[in-house]
Design a protein around this ligand. Sequence first.
Ligand code: DC
Length: 226
Amino acid sequence: MTTFHSIAIDGPSGAGKSTMAKALAKRLGFLYVDTGAIYRTVGLYVARQGRDCSKPAEVLPCLDEIHLSLTYGEDGLQHMILNGEDVTAAIRENEVSRYASQVSAIPEVRTFLLEMQRDLARRHHVIMDGRDIGTVVLPQAEVKIFLTASVEQRALRRHRELLQKGETISLETIREELIQRDERDSSRAAAPLKKAEDAVELDTSALTLEESVEALLTIVKERISI
Ligand code: DC
């Protein structure tokens, strides 16, 4: 039986997890799994039904109506398919960040998505990013990284991303939303955002993208012989 390698990257919103994980996956030939995209897809569905994402009684009936799958395009990038529709772009709209954070605090939503995430790691070498990958989803991952950056840096990066996509929103609003989301993601009872005991913490505030990727590669190579 082939055993597959798993690398878990957790951390707060905007710390650069997906950019780093994508770059690392390319260098290593691993599958990149963005678990935030899965929560975003659930949040998008619930909001589209006109329901309140923060209310379990409104969210839970939706779970039976959701068929989710994850595909990889020719570009090698992860696409989210919701009931047959490719929602990869729609889930990146700014308000979907809040919907995702709200539905993700509901334990039944987390259970609903858990096997899907674990199954990917059983079938591929993965780099998976999220909030609870090293603590709950893949506690046996050989490499666990907790990526952080100052709230100022994270807000600046998110602001730049949204501007590039044509969304006009002030830096201050983004900063406040980030703080609220961090607070909700870290204080919830179900699988809160926290560093796994055996995770290596990397603060990327003062590092360029290239420097961060090199630092991560060094951490990975110390733990997995590839
Ligand atoms: O990584 P992201 O910003 O796209 O994630 C959106 C929200 O989904 C985030 O605020 C918290 C939630 N999330 C989670 O609870 N657990 C994960 N493994 C990934 C994301």
